[in-house]
Design a protein around this ligand. Structure first.
Ligand code: BF8
Ligand code: SF4
Length: 591
């Protein structure tokens, strides 16, 4: 099977100098064939030590597990636990930002600061906090307390969900009994009800899973809001994407993972003249070149214009270029295989988080109380590693595309305000009503080894754009579109239908881009998916309708992780017809 539709990735896979013993995710996938059919269908259970139990999907063998669980119960429990796993990841991410926020307000993390007071006040007002005449620090403290209370036993609906979703959705959630009152409590509840001998009613289990997905939405929204307050709300920025952004004459350092707490500081120190001079003394005539991978790459692309090297499925391929001097990781979507691939090259893999270490990698604990010094030490490891580079192993592909990123909800509304300052949403709504924009599709999620990388994204988007559907993208979906050149004005001219082209041209020219807006708007990382909801909610509230009545859909056509399952599930709760491709099956669901 073809491995990737990305020419840069394909070039490196075919021409790398890592040796024949080098294995990638695609080799390991082939070695796993045939994969277990019971597992693919989700009808295997090992929730207790009497198992594993398997249900025969052909009706010829057991139709119940040893405890009597049916296939429906087993599948529902497995899905619920996947959603709980994804929610735990987003909860951990959001709580980490909140804890650092707390240190900042206590004066214990001097390298961070509140960079976006406008966003702070906007989130505070939305959360019911009085801001008039109050010092910023007081507002920040009250907002932080509110955020932290969402994780524990709050005993009332979560503020971030209740204050950002429209009434119609809140009513649906209330009627179904899926209003969470604690992020972490809801995760624990799913783990409880899916353990041996608790909830056996598949519908009831799935309702618990939906409640957990609402908790996931809440955690994602908190992570986005607090990150914007600390690092700035993204605005449109022009950069590059794909492996061609790596440079032979520079020290190349890849930031990989998810949380901007680490990557934003490294992005900042990498422009320090002293460190650049050290890189040049080491022989890198072009100094330092920091690039991003996965969602942390999206974070620093959106806020700093740092080029995006590649996405999750091709993370090993970045090392196989032979010019990556350090790969610095925090947590989530980091394959343990990168340390093994790095053995074939000079690349140093550096783990930084206590909960995410890796055999074969060097661990450099990142301490937010001393963030800049930690970041400098990490960058110096990259500089030192550069001196071990083997010129015979260099294999940098040519490909890189221009990518306009940074479309936060605020940036989109800001661009629309250039067309109609008094009523920014009017141009969007008018064009939807007139049929110039036939709908909006949010693409989210990963790249899976089970289809050629990016194939589903590219084929689907070409058809949707031709049908005048505006595209929003996050996570590895946004990486796919950035690498394939869909985030440029030229892409609008090439792929968008007549009506959509006219709208994007009018907005782009009014916003001073000198051409159309890109047809695919990069809205950030996976935790940033609520940015898309914020835009949809603003439109729904203005029209006085529910989200389910808008022509907005969501798709994760190459999903991999439990996080993608959690996000896809809250998109369903949000009323968006949602497509999630998983284990070679496609589920299309709506509420
Ligand atoms: O959170 S899209 S592979 S990198 S899970 Fe991971 Fe999937 Fe990529 Fe970001 Ni999201
Ligand atoms: Fe089997 Fe039931 Fe135990 Fe699952 S919980 S492994 S179905 S006995």
């Amino acid at each position: 099977m073809k491995r990737s539709t990305d020419k840069a990735v394909t070039h490196v896979l075919n021409n790398h100098k890592g040796g024949k013993q080098l294995q990638t995710v695609w080799d390991r996938y082939e070695a796993q064939q045939p994969q277990c059919g019971f597992g693919e269908l989700g009808v295997c259970c090992r929730h207790c030590m009497q198992g594993p139990c398997r249900i025969d999907p052909f009706g010829e063998g057991p139709d119940r597990g040893i405890c009597g669980a049916t296939a429906d119960t087993i599948v529902a429990r497995g899905l619920a636990r996947a959603i709980a796993g994804g929610t735990a990841s987003h909860s951990g991410h959001a709580l980490h930002v909140a804890h650092v926020f707390k240190k900042i307000l206590a004066g214990k993390a001097p390298d961070y600061a509140i960079q976006d007071e406008v966003k702070l006040k906007a989130v505070a007002v939305r959360s019911g906090i009085d801001v008039e005449g109050r010092p910023v620090i007081d507002v920040a403290r009250e907002l932080l307390d509110k955020a932290l209370s969402e994780f524990g036993d709050k005993g009332e609906p979560l503020t971030w969900a209740a204050s950002t979703l429209p009434l119609g959705r809140i009513k649906v959630c209330s009627e179904l009994g899926i209003v969470p009152t604690s992020i972490d409590g809801t995760i624990a509840e799913v783990m409880h009800r899916t353990t041996y001998g608790v909830d056996a009613d598949p519908i009831n289990i799935l309702l618990g899973a939906l409640k957990c997905a609402v908790a996931d939405y809440t955690a994602c929204h908190i992570a986005t809001d607090l990150s914007d307050i600390l690092f700035g709300t993204p605005q449109p920025v022009v950069s590059k994407a794909n492996l061609g952004v790596l440079r032979e004459e520079a020290v190349n350092i890849a930031l990989h993972g998810h949380n901007p707490l680490l990557s934003d500081i490294i992005a900042q120190v990498a422009s320090e003249p002293k460190l650049i001079a050290e890189a040049k003394i080491a022989g890198a005539t072009e100094g330092l070149n920091v690039v991003g991978i996965c969602c942390t790459g999206n974070e620093v692309l959106m806020r700093h214009g740092i080029p995006l090297a590649t996405s999750s499925i091709s993370q090993e391929v970045a090392i196989m270029t032979g010019v990556l001097d350090a790969m610095v990781v925090d947590y989530q979507c980091i394959m343990p295989a990168i340390a093994t691939v790095a053995e074939c090259f000079h690349t140093k893999v550096i783990t930084t988080m206590a909960i995410a270490k890796m055999p074969g990698a060097e661990h450099m604990a990142f301490n937010e109380e001393n963030a800049v010094e930690c970041a400098r030490a990490i960058v110096r490891q990259g500089i030192e590693r550069f001196t071990y580079r083997n010129p015979d192993k260099v294999c940098i592909p040519q490909e890189s595309s221009t990518a306009i990123a940074g479309f936060s909800a605020e940036a989109i509304i800001g661009a629309l305000a250039k067309v109609n300052a008094d009523d920014p949403l009017k141009p969007l709504i008018d064009n939807i009503v007139a049929g110039n924009i036939r709908g909006i599709c949010l693409f989210a999620g990963c790249n899976t080894v089970k289809v050629p990388q990016d194939h589903n994204y590219v084929e689907m988007v070409k058809k949707l754009l031709a049908e005048n559907v505006l595209i929003l993208a996050t996570g590895c979906a946004s990486s796919a579109y950035a690498r394939h050149g869909f985030m440029t004005s030229e892409a609008t001219k090439e792929y968008a239908g007549e009506g959509l082209t006219a709208v994007l041209t009018a907005i782009g020219e009014a916003a001073g881009l000198g051409g159309p807006l890109p047809p695919v708007l990069h809205m950030g990382s996976c935790v940033d998916n609520p940015r898309a909801v914020d835009v949809a909610v603003a439109v729904a509230n203005k029209l006085g309708v529910d989200l389910s009545q808008l022509p907005v859909v969501a798709s994760a056509p190459e999903a991999v992780t439990e996080k993608a399952v959690a996000i896809g599930t809250w998109a369903v709760v949000g009323g968006f017809p949602t497509h999630l491709a998983w284990y070679r099956q496609c589920w299309a669901v709506s509420w």
